[in-house]
Design a binder for this molecule. Structure first.
Ligand SMILES: [Fe+2]
Length: 164
């Protein structure tokens, strides 16, 4: 593969990695929404699944704004998060599945927030205001999801901490 030589090409490359990330997360959300026990958690995961479909669409719109075809790029971080989450689910008793799922959500959202931070900052530098607006939308959804997962983790930890 030819080396990336311009910041714009690098941005397109990063867009491709973000596309792979969101597509992987779509798959992960489907799986964990099935496995989650708490009805509120299930509902939150399904809501974020719908948001993630919109996020994929926003990424495709960003490609279109730059006049390039959407092209996925491999990204190791999300593969690692997926593998670790699957392993953790195997490691724990079923009663802790929701806690494992929430930990995975927090770690994944933190990563996604960093990815959109890079894309937004880069797009600002390029003067691509439409792309900045698209990714602000994605970023706000990730932040809201992170906050919900934190709140649910605290509640669950309090409950788990109670003597039976
Ligand atoms: Fe996302």
């Amino acid at each position: 593969m030819a080396k990336i030589e311009s910041p714009r090409e690098l941005f397109v490359h990063k867009l491709g990695a973000a596309l792979t990330m969101e597509e992987t997360i779509l798959r992960m959300l489907e799986e964990i929404a099935e496995k989650a026990k708490d009805p509120q958690l299930k509902q939150n995961l399904r809501q974020h699944l719908r948001e993630t479909q919109q996020q994929v669409h926003n990424l495709e719109r960003a490609f279109a704004a730059l006049g390039v075809e959407p092209e996925s790029q491999p990204t190791a971080t999300i593969e690692g998060l997926e593998r670790e989450g699957e392993q953790n689910l195997k490691d724990v008793d079923d009663s802790l599945n929701d806690a494992v799922i929430l930990a995975g959500v927090i770690e994944t959202e933190a990563h996604e927030i960093a990815v959109y931070d890079v894309l937004i900052t880069h797009a600002e530098g390029m003067g691509e205001e439409d792309i900045v607006a698209l990714f602000q939308e994605n970023l706000e959804q990730e932040q809201a999801t992170l906050k919900k997962a934190r709140d649910a983790t605290k509640k669950l930890a309090q409950r788990v901490g109670q003597p039976v």
